[in-house]
Design a protein around this ligand. Structure first.
Ligand SMILES: [Zn+2]
Ligand SMILES: [Zn+2]
Length: 122
């Protein structure tokens, strides 16, 4: 029994299984009946995997949130023209004139006419 145990992990390099070599660090953690360096101990590997999984979960959540926001914008854009048309119809029925905030000072009319204003400062 050597006085300083070595890590039990085998590290595979990028060439594959033929070139594997043992981890050269000393074993400082005793788990599952073997010595491991801190990085390769089963609990250390598990902790790193969990950390990585949390990171990926968070990234997935952010991606989903962004996707949901885009879908929501799309949904708004798709019904916008119909909404403006409905507002114009409502306005004509109620105030008997075209939607125009220059003529109509009712806050609802100002709001509604803003919705149909085209962008002019490209
Ligand atoms: Zn190791
Ligand atoms: Zn009005």
């Amino acid at each position: 029994m050597p006085d300083k145990p070595m890590c039990s992990d085998e590290v595979y390099d990028s060439f594959g299984f033929d070139h594997n070599y043992s981890c050269t660090r000393h074993g400082t953690v005793f788990e599952d009946g073997k010595w491991w360096c801190k990085q390769h101990s089963p609990s250390g590997v598990k902790a790193r995997e969990e950390k990585s999984a949390r990171y990926h979960d968070e990234r997935a959540r952010q991606r989903h949130e962004k996707w949901a926001q885009e879908r929501e914008r799309e949904r708004h854009a798709n019904c916008f023209d119909d909404l403006v048309a409905a507002l114009e119809q409502w306005h004509y029925q109620v105030h008997g004139l075209e939607l125009d905030f220059e003529k109509c000072k009712d806050p609802r009319c100002v709001l509604a006419s803003k919705a149909k204003e085209p962008i002019t400062d490209y």
